[in-house]
Design a protein around this ligand. Structure first.
Ligand code: T1G
Length: 741
């Protein structure tokens, strides 16, 4: 009540007079203005108007004011800035997930007060109305939105379910099937689909506040009974219809959200909407919500949410760092990577010049781009018109004509230092002085490439992942001379392409691939020691990896790693165990999917089929090397592969080639198919306990040799009982490692 009194002391005019009556509690993110008998309640809590305690408090007070003031005949709730409410405050959710009793404001009462208000409340949506934001909107009597607004219940992506009565109100508005689809997928829907589904009442053009207030006046004048979502039952399924819908929903969750608990749990809560009275259904939702929020998956997924956003915080790069505005890109190399990068740029609305050494290579590259777009049309991702628009942005040419107009040039030719240096110096002659020149190398020394140009400050590694038009990760490799402005530009370009840009240091294989090598080779040693490729891949996919490592090697092409082994002179140290089979497969031309066979055989359906010839080859090479083979459990396979990843990750972190353990996790979640519900390899290690991981690594070191030498940081943190997350916090703001020797 205290704050309310303060409410009265503030500037106020005649109630009902247009636009002059301003009542704003100090420091509240919620304000109320009245315009011709309509209250405009504005939520202003940047950056995304998250529903923190102050917002919920301010809303409650505003609604009480609307109820109290006879001059107010209707209300509109709107978000200030770029969006309506994008959910509950996930920072609070994080506290709840780690055991705190508080963290999320109680929503039941404020929502009920809105619904029970005897004056129409119109929710006016723009940007993204997500999670608690959509739940707030559904408690209103009416919902209007601008054409490009989006609405959704993405909670399952955080390992939870809607917790503010969304599972009870959404099926009442859009029906059970649509509610299941929205809550299980977590994907937002556009305004026109929301209108068609019955989620909103009108799409409005022009100024949202004005249109929403006009709509509110219309509803007030209509004076018809106010529709309370909680009382709606017309869209709910009958008892006969329900079982099939629920079964389909659970099937959808199992099939499309593999290993995730929340998508299955949300169906349980939605079921209550059709089987229990509203308030009891809300109670059921609460129980399921709290079970989910306390789960390991929620901890990992909420961690991953913030880790991804934290990756853009780079020492020396602030919001005042001048980034080049990139609207035109030029790409050298129309192969698999160059073509994919061209598509990613065109999809983001950038104009692209694509060149290659010969017309033939260019035509082949363009043909692959067209084929890939045809696949997207067939999958309903793009319409033919959208493809035409994108293809029109890609100008293919032989030579560097027009490259002086590019804001960003990306070299994406195959991994050969001499060739990359030749191109770097050639680009020197054509590129504008402020043009960013990036290389898509996945392993080579950025400083050596930059040294071939007279402008090393604008040279940066932009390491895309195949297929580059699909994979979200871009490793932004900082060379010794790369300027903060170039890094700022690279981060902005990554965001513009809808990718996750992670800044890493310049060491062989950078972060992702450097960690991949011990993980991949340990898997190969496991099959020499007695496991089979299929067994290793199944243990990894059961662990949650998107693909097993042998299937990944076949997809990427065994010749890529073969060339890198030679280029980086891997396994040349005396006494180092050298993988036997992959070289042999390469000498036999078994380069993987592109050759129809590698570790597996591939038919027209591109499905991996175990190959007896490979098993025989492994047997022969292992016995030739005097290896006594034995069987392995899935747990042993996971430890020997994933702990190799973690151990190398600790080395990368300690040497300063990654700014944070969280960045390593983002790299593996968005570029290497590591399961998000495990949070990434470093977060997973923290959950297992670094002491346990260290003990196992030390045991492998004793049994398997120096390749398993424990990383000093892992040993130190294990001994001190600390975690990688604590290490990150203790090192926040530290710079990347000094340049490569
Ligand atoms: N809470 C707190 N901070 C948030 C936030 C949220 N809900 N959403 C975004 N941020 C911060 C983010 O960390 C970043 O901060 C900045 O906003 C910009 O975000 C009861 C319990 C809205 C589509 O899952 O999907 O409601 O790094 O870089 O690319 O049922 O953010 O700048 O300091 O992502 O333009 C459900 C989560 C919550 C939506 C904008 N809601 N957010 O994308 O910007 S659970 C969500 C997003 C819930 C209820 C339950 C996206 C976005 P910083 P950004 P963007």
């Amino acid at each position: 009540m205290e704050k309310w009194k303060k409410w009265k002391k503030w500037k106020s005019g005649r109630s009902g007079a247009p636009g002059y009556d301003v009542r704003v509690p100090q420091k509240s993110p919620v304000s109320l203005t009245t315009h011709d008998h309509v209250a405009l309640i504005t939520i202003d809590n940047p950056p995304v108007n998250a529903l923190g305690p102050e917002v919920v408090d301010g809303l409650s007070q505003a609604i009480a004011e609307v109820a109290r003031d006879p001059g107010i005949r209707a209300a509109v709730v709107i978000g200030a800035g770029r969006t309506f409410v994008a959910g509950a405050d996930i920072k609070g959710l994080e506290q709840l997930a780690w055991g705190s009793e508080t963290g999320l404001p109680e929503m039941h009462d404020p929502l009920q007060r809105i619904e029970d208000l005897p004056k129409p409340v119109v929710m006016a949506m723009h940007g993204t109305a997500l999670g608690g934001g959509l739940e707030l909107a559904m408690a209103g009597h009416y919902r209007v939105a601008v054409p490009d607004a989006q609405m959704g219940q993405p909670e399952v992506n955080l390992g939870i379910i809607p917790g503010a009565e969304g599972t009870q109100r959404l099926p009442r508005l859009v029906g059970m099937d649509k509610a299941i689809e929205m809550c299980v997928s977590g994907k937002p829907i556009k305004a026109r689909d929301a209108l068609a589904a019955g989620l909103i009442d009108r799409i409005v053009e022009g100024d949202l506040a004005t249109a929403a207030m006009a709509f509110a006046r219309e509803m007030a004048e209509a004076a018809r009974p106010l529709p309370k979502t909680r009382d709606r039952i017309d869209r709910l399924p009958s008892r006969e219809q329900l079982p099939a819908m629920l079964q389909a929903g659970r099937e959808l969750a199992r099939k499309t959200r593999r290993n995730l608990e929340a998508p299955l749990a949300v169906v349980d809560a939605l079921e209550a909407a059709a089987t229990l009275p509203f308030d009891e259904g809300c109670q059921k939702e609460r129980e399921v919500f709290f079970t989910c929020v306390r789960s390991d998956q929620a901890k990992a997924l909420i961690y991953a949410f913030f880790a991804e956003r934290g990756a853009s915080r780079v020492p020396g790069v602030t919001k005042d760092t001048r980034a080049t505005t990139v609207s035109s890109v030029a790409i050298v190399g129309a192969g698999t990577m160059g073509g994919g990068i061209a598509m990613a740029c065109a999809n983001a609305g950038l104009n692209v010049r694509l060149t290659d050494a010969t017309q033939g290579a260019l035509d082949a590259g363009l043909a692959t781009i067209k084929k890939n777009y045809d696949v997207s049309v067939a999958r309903g991702r793009f319409t033919p018109a959208m493809v035409d628009e994108r293809l029109a942005r890609i100008q293919a040419q032989v030579g560097y004509g027009g490259f002086d107009k590019a804001d960003l040039i990306i070299e994406a030719v195959f991994e050969n230092m001499a060739l990359k240096k030749e191109i770097a110096s050639a680009l020197d002659a054509v590129a504008r002085p402020d043009c960013i020149v990036a290389t898509n190398t996945s392993t080579l020394n950025i400083d050596e490439i930059a040294a071939a140009a007279r402008r090393p400050a604008t040279v940066v590694g932009l390491h895309f992942f195949s297929p580059a038009n699909v994979m979200r990760l871009v490793e932004i490799v900082r060379g010794a001379a790369t300027s903060s402005e170039t890094i700022a530009t690279a981060l902005t370009v990554a965001k513009r392409l809808g990718k996750v840009g992670v800044v890493v240091g310049n060491c062989p294989g950078f972060v992702g691939n450097r960690m991949m090598f011990p993980y991949m080779y340990e898997a190969q040693f496991l099959v020499e020691d007695g496991a089979t490729p299929e067994q290793v891949d199944r243990a990894l996919t059961d662990f949650g990896m998107a693909m097993g490592i042998f299937a990944v090697d076949d997809m990427a092409g065994l010749d890529v790693a073969w060339r890198v082994r030679k280029e980086l002179n891997q396994f040349s140290e005396p006494g180092a165990r050298k993988p036997l089979v992959s070289d042999a497969l390469c000498e036999m031309g078994r380069f993987g999917q592109k050759a129809g066979k590698g570790w597996y055989q591939y038919g027209a359906d591109r499905k991996a089929v175990p190959d007896a010839d490979v098993l025989a080859l492994i047997e022969r090479l292992a016995s030739g090397a005097g290896i006594t083979r034995r069987s392995f459990t899935a747990a042993e396979i996971v430890e020997r592969t994933i702990y190799a990843l973690i151990n190398e990750g600790a080395r990368v972190l300690d040497e300063g080639y990654a700014l944070r353990a969280a960045d390593i996790d983002v790299i593996y979640l968005s570029g290497y198919g590591f399961p998000a519900w495990r949070g990434g390899p470093m977060f997973y290690a923290d959950r297992v306990g670094l002491n346990t991981v260290y003990e196992r690594v030390a045991a492998f070191h004793r049994d398997l040799g120096d390749r398993w030498t424990p990383a000093p940081l892992l040993e130190r943190l294990a001994r001190e009982g600390r975690t990688f997350q604590e290490f990150d916090r203790s090192r926040a703001g530290s710079e990347l490692a000094a340049p490569r020797a």
